[in-house]
Design a protein around this ligand. Structure first.
Ligand code: DOR
Ligand code: ZN
Length: 358
């Protein structure tokens, strides 16, 4: 059956992505590379990518894992620690190996134990980032056990982000994967004073589910990610921000694959593997919000404008099917590890029209 509607946009970029390494990298990379021209690759490997040399080697492994008929540009990040070397960061940035620095508050999420324990302790690093205009990408949650898990993002904004921006007003900052009304409002309210230096990414899954999805039909580990999904009113506020067309919001899937066994276990890991279905999910969300005409801004234009990069020359076609279809449910790595794809429980009415199937 012919599609009900098609939409052709410049090829999108994924401004926040986990690719992992080895067999997992090889298994997940084609799903991103077939839909996105570039992606900002997260450094939370074990051990974490904390030097220019490690980022260059990881970038090489990503290039080697890419199927030969695909083109894809990985944009590498360095994982900030209490002891990271600012000279090495600067060298990596100036040589075009490092694209950005990533701040994980220690203990806030998967593989964040090497992260920053006290933001005050890295002020020389932040100073350097500001000086060379190297973007700071932030996992914006406090790891303080005294703070309610669902308040971690809000408390981070008050305790860390606001003082940070006061001390480093020219620092280019991305508040990643926002999940709350509070964060969405904060980014909008700072639009004037930040002079285009403050932005936020939004995932497809945080626009799709609220925190009820963790518990409906029994505890569902495939809906557990960090930051954790919030209330319906938060989801609505995040959708309103992303679909508003405002230039400081753009797509970052935070697609984060884990083996099914690591998700379906006690102390199951946070992370949702959304890469295969993310563009369809974004399209569906924008259509429901009556904002399909702004999808291009969110997926393809706002990110490059924020980072001062060209819009991708290649294009991508999305199509709305006459009847909703089952999305890809799971993939297998070479080591026979199954990875469940998001969404697990619904059909999708949009899909990417690929010239050649994967
Ligand atoms: O859900 C998440 N998964 N959030 C993160 O911040 C990390 C990621 C991962 O690496 O699995
Ligand atoms: Zn992430």
């Amino acid at each position: 059956m012919p599609p009900l509607q098609t939409l052709t946009i410049p090829k999108p970029d994924d401004w926040h992505l986990h690719l992992r390494d080895g067999a997992m990298l090889k298994a997940v990379l084609p799903y991103t590379a077939s839909h996105f021209a570039r992606a900002v690759v997260m450094p939370n490997l074990k051990p974490a990518i904390t030097t220019t040399a490690a980022a260059a080697a990881y970038r090489e492994r990503i290039r080697e894992a890419l199927p030969p008929h695909m083109t894809f540009t990985p944009l590498m990040t360095a994982y900030l620690t209490d002891t990271i070397d600012p000279d090495d960061l600067e060298r990596g940035f100036k040589e075009g190996i490092l694209f950005a620095a990533k701040l994980y508050p220690a203990g806030a999420t998967t593989n964040s134990d090497q992260g920053v324990t006290d933001i005050q302790a890295i002020s020389d690093i932040l100073d350097r980032l500001q000086k060379i205009d190297m973007p700071l990408l932030i996992h914006g949650e406090v790891a303080d056990p005294a703070v309610d898990f669902f308040d971690r993002e809000t408390v981070f904004i008050d305790r860390v982000l606001i003082p940070l921006r006061r001390n480093f007003p020219a620092l280019r900052i991305v508040m990643e994967h926002i999940t709350t009304r509070y964060a969405a409002n904060y980014i909008v309210s700072e639009a004037q004073s930040s002079h285009g230096k403050l932005a936020a990414t939004v995932t497809a899954h945080h626009m799709r589910i609220n925190r009820n999805a963790l518990f409906e039909g029994g505890l569902n580990p495939h809906h557990f990610c960090l930051p954790v999904a919030k209330r319906e009113e938060d989801r609505q506020a995040v959708i309103a921000a992303a679909t508003s067309g405002a230039p400081m919001f753009f797509a970052g899937t935070d697609s984060a694959p884990h083996p099914r066994t690591a998700k379906e276990s006690s102390h199951g890991l946070g992370g949702v593997f959304s890469a295969p279905n993310a563009l369809a999910l974004y399209a569906e969300t924008f259509e429901k919000a009556g904002s399909l005409d702004r999808l291009e801004n969110f997926l393809s234009l706002n990110g490059p404008a924020f980072y001062g990069l060209p819009v991708n020359a290649a294009s991508l076609k999305l199509e709305k099917r006459a009847a909703p279809e089952e999305p890809l449910k799971s993939i297998l790595t070479e080591e026979a590890q199954e990875v469940i794809a998001f969404p697990t429980e619904s059909r999708l009415s949009w899909r990417v029209a690929l010239k050649e199937p994967l």
